[in-house]
Design a protein around this ligand. Structure first.
Ligand SMILES: Cc1cc2nc3c(=O)[nH]c(=O)nc-3n(C[C@H](O)[C@H](O)[C@H](O)COP(=O)(O)OP(=O)(O)OC[C@H]3O[C@@H](n4cnc5c(N)ncnc54)[C@H](O)[C@@H]3O)c2cc1C
Length: 386
């Protein structure tokens, strides 16, 4: 099942495919069961330039298109979805800075981010506000050359190991509609008042740290406001979320592909009623459905990435891709379990890991319900006559 990408990207995609086969698959299940941070794999990903992939050459990055990024993420997702997640928040934050940051901000942070040693976290969700981003309570008040930042953030992926946190907050708590009063601040690790409270234990998506944290009068230099004016934060993070949704769609394609590939291989070996189970129509029809859905999801993901590469708004395409791919992934990993019968349910088989990892794609970067809301709003824009 080849994953298509342009010539420029095909070398890196082949390199990642080899990396996944040789380095990731032999260790992923064990690391996952131990919920262990994959430090050695991350080091190799840094050396391959993956943290620099989407950052422009002006800042030392590779400047590769999102179509290549999606193909790389698919490969990583095939190996271990967690690796795609560790890259995701870094790419979202560096993308937002490159698109919306001031000249000084880009010069200051992007060359550091290219190295991948210092990585980024993306803080939107709060204990009482996830889907409803406009309901966030975290706020920043100007105090001379500083903002004083207060509030709680929840489910922060890469939150313990990040060096840079992009934090969505309110700089005007009275603004109506509320999103007009939101800004994005870069908070650096070690900032006084930034407290990481706890690591959250999860069903799947293990190995990557997901934390609850808070800001208690944290002093953030005014020069860390992304862009040159307050009130643009909502627009900036929504654009970043399109990149995040391409990541989640691509990793769902990769994860589903891994489940499919394991299932079809097993179906040729396992025998029941005197023949390989693949020969039973119910099994091969199931595999045909799995394959077809994966192919469709990849094309939708590629379509969204192409739109983003053209510099166009891609909320509709990214929403469609993320919705379809994540629901497809959930179904496909369950179908793989069915093909494996009882063996799919035990921990020695990768199928159980795939099945526990899949639901994360239904939630991260907005639930499936929220993708439908995003899609419907875009359809209204496109089809409603004044
Ligand atoms: C492992 C993990 C990692 C994460 N990483 C990050 C991260 O790095 N940064 C970050 O900011 N967030 C992160 N998140 C948070 C994630 O984005 C949110 O969990 C998600 O957006 C849903 O928000 P919620 O959990 O508050 O659910 P809620 O918003 O409370 O939703 C609960 C239910 O109500 C439904 N619902 C809500 N509103 C509507 C509506 N208008 N129409 C229809 N249905 C609706 C939802 O679909 C859902 O089914 C992570 C979450 C997890 C589990």
């Amino acid at each position: 099942m080849p994953s298509a990408t342009g010539d420029a990207g095909s070398v890196i995609v082949s390199e990642i495919r080899r990396f996944v086969d040789k380095e990731v698959l032999p260790v992923a299940t064990e690391l996952e069961h131990r919920d262990e941070y994959p430090a050695a794999l991350i080091q190799q990903m840094r050396e391959m330039g993956l943290f620099a992939m989407t950052i422009g050459p002006a800042y030392g990055g590779l400047g590769l298109p999102f179509t290549t990024y999606a193909a790389v993420i698919e490969e990583l997702g095939r190996g271990w979805m967690t690796l795609a997640g560790i890259l995701n928040t870094h790419v979202i934050v560096s993308y937002i800075l490159e698109q919306f940051g001031t000249k000084e901000q880009k010069k200051r942070w992007l060359p550091v981010m290219v190295e991948g040693e210092k990585r980024c976290a993306f803080c939107l969700t709060e204990p009482d506000a996830g889907s409803d981003v406009a309901a966030i309570k975290t706020y920043a008040v100007r105090d001379g050359d500083l903002y004083r930042l207060n509030g709680n953030k929840m489910f922060v992926s890469n939150g313990r190991r990040a060096h840079f946190y992009l934090v969505l907050c309110k700089t005007d708590r009275e603004a109506q509609p509320p999103h007009r009063g939101m800004s994005a601040l870069i908070v650096e690790k070690g900032t006084k008042g930034l407290v990481i409270h706890r690591d959250l234990e999860k069903l799947g998506y293990k190995g990557v740290d997901t934390v609850a944290l808070s800001f208690d009068d944290a002093p953030v230099p005014v020069t860390n406001l992304v862009g040159d004016r307050e009130g643009d934060g909502f627009k900036q993070v929504m654009s970043g979320l399109e990149v995040g949704r391409i990541n989640v769609a691509a990793r769902a394609v990769g994860l589903a592909r891994a489940a499919f590939e394991d299932a079809i291989a097993y179906s040729f070996q396992r025998r029941a009623f005197g023949k390989p189970i693949f020969e039973h129509q119910a099994v091969h029809m199931r595999l045909a459905d799995m394959y077809t859905r994966i192919e469709a999801a990849r094309l939708l993901t590629r379509q969204a990435a192409e739109k983003k590469d053209r510099g166009e708004r891609a909320d509709l395409e990214a929403g469609v891709a993320k919705l379809f791919a994540s629901e497809m992934c959930q179904e496909t990993t369950l179908d793989a379990l069915r093909v494996f019968g009882g063996y799919g349910y035990i921990k020695e088989m990768r199928a159980e890991r795939y099945y526990r990892d899949a639901p994360m794609s239904l939630i991260g970067e907005g639930t499936s319900d929220i993708q439908k809301v995003v899609i419907a709003r875009a359809l209204e824009r496109l089809y409603k006559k004044e």
